[in-house]
Design a protein around this ligand. Structure first.
Ligand code: ARG
Length: 450
């Protein structure tokens, strides 16, 4: 029974939140005349002492006491006697754990939000440095059109900004206080739920006592937001793995972020990126696992819900680690601008620029220009040369109106410089976007606004 029932091995991570919740509850009970001021003071001092004992690893958690709530309460009674036995008036472990867990998830959201902000700032800073560094842009992982490395990095800043917004949205909805819902029906004591909600930084008390003790939407929303974030980290990791591979070698990771092979001395493996990509499995698993735990539960609390915490801890730990590793690699990576530039020009990456020239300068309809460009590309392919290497008469044999101006749009530099449409890859756009992000994300600038 103890083996299946006890949760102390993992829910000890809630100790700070449990103590905060109990201190707020005791203060409220005293203000409402449910506890004497002397008892409330003894409880508060006892809880503060227990917090420092746990902090200093001078606390032994006992699985016979099942969970973090009973471990702390038992220690309190041991320390202060009778008064400690009054703390559990007008509450239940059901509203207690729901409160502690919301507080924990809220702290986790705040920590991740800040980490994401720092990672975005690193990306934007590097994007600014590489606003004009040309690389191939891909679709289907086939060379498509030249882009800049800075533009590519800023795409991830946009993705992480959405992750921050999803976390903030989850935080907004979770910020209601279950404390005072008691076991499921509320309590006969004259408690002040607004007081405890405010003391714990919640926006308001949860409105329905049955929902308050049995809702785990906040944990599921948190894991959903983490799953999308993990998916983004995995995509970035995948790019680094491709870019650092020998046939590409667009980017180099230092020894700090590569490992050698035990048999092939030349290998530089991007293990940290691979593991960041793999951690995604745990996060998706945690989300699906918790959804499955919750799906058949009648109102209100069932012990099944004790399984919520490991799912959230596993998901959070995996994302925190993957994010830290990816942030480290973002700062560490050294792009090889010459290799990127060379790769940007192969495979007729400026064919679209040729078609655009035919439309813009010769007034050709785009579909016709697309067809003519296809014929010119085929000619270059047959000769085994690039588009810039074709002489004017070869191109004029296909379309007589083509003139010398055409060469002005066939280089990769001209290609990226021309893409000045809103959100396009032109270096001036990228530099401006990077500067905007740096301004938004730099701590000093946000402080000066407040
Ligand atoms: N350890 C329990 C949990 O995490 C606390 C709530 C227990 N409540 C109860 N009625 N047995 O869910």
């Amino acid at each position: 029974m103890q083996a299946i029932n006890a949760s102390i091995s993992f829910d000890r991570r809630l100790w700070r939140q449990d103590i905060l919740g109990s201190r707020a509850h005791a203060a409220m009970l005293a203000k409402q005349g449910i506890l004497t001021p002397a008892d409330a003071e003894a409880i508060d001092a006892g809880l503060v002492a227990i917090a420092s004992a746990i902090e200093n690893e001078d606390f032994s958690f006992d699985p016979a006491l099942e969970d973090i709530h009973m471990n702390i309460e038992a220690r309190l009674i041991e320390r202060i006697g009778e008064a400690g036995r009054r703390l559990h008036t007008a509450r239940s472990r059901n509203d207690q754990v729901a409160t502690d867990f919301r507080l924990w998830v809220r702290d986790a959201i705040d920590a991740l939000h800040a980490m994401l902000g720092r990672t975005m700032l690193s990306l934007a800073t590097r994007a600014q440095a590489y606003a004009a560094t040309i690389m191939p842009g891909f679709t289907h992982l086939q060379t498509a059109q030249p882009v800049t490395f800075g533009h590519h990095l800023l795409a991830y800043v946009e993705m992480f900004a959405r992750d921050q917004a999803r976390l903030a949205d989850c935080r907004r909805r979770l910020n209601e206080c279950p404390l005072g819902a008691a076991a499921l029906a509320g309590t006969s004591f004259p408690i002040d739920r607004i007081m405890t909600a405010v003391a714990l930084g919640f926006d308001r008390p949860a409105a329905n006592s049955l929902d308050a003790v049995s809702d785990r939407d906040f944990a599921i929303e948190f894991l959903s937001a983490l799953s999308i974030l993990a998916m983004h980290l995995s995509r970035l990791a995948e790019e680094l793995i491709v870019w650092t591979s020998a046939p590409y070698r667009f980017v180099r990771l230092s020894d700090a972020f590569s490992t050698g092979s035990s048999i092939m001395p030349q290998k530089r493996n991007p293990d940290a990126a691979e593991l960041a990509r793999a951690k995604t499995g745990r996060v998706f698993g945690a989300l699906i696992g918790l959804l499955a735990v919750m799906k058949g539960l009648p109102l209100a609390y069932s012990k099944d819900m004790q399984e919520d915490k490991e799912a959230v801890f596993i998901g959070f730990d995996a994302v925190e680690l993957a994010l830290a590793a990816m942030a480290g690699m973002i700062m560490d990576m050294q792009p090889d601008a010459a290799r990127m530039h060379a790769a940007a020009g192969v495979d007729y990456a400026t064919a679209t620029d040729l078609a655009d020239y035919l439309v813009r300068d010769l007034g050709m309809p785009f579909r016709t220009a697309h067809h003519v460009t296809g014929r010119i590309v085929a000619e270059a392919e047959a000769r085994g040369v690039g588009l810039v290497d074709l002489s004017l008469d070869v191109m004029q044999a296909i379309e007589p109106r083509i003139d010398g101006q055409v060469y002005g749009c066939l280089s990769v530099e001209a290609s990226v410089a021309s893409r000045r449409s809103y959100g396009g890859t032109a270096p001036e756009n990228v530099a401006a976007a990077a500067a905007r992000w740096i301004d938004t994300l730099t701590p000093e600038s946000s402080v000066s606004e407040t």
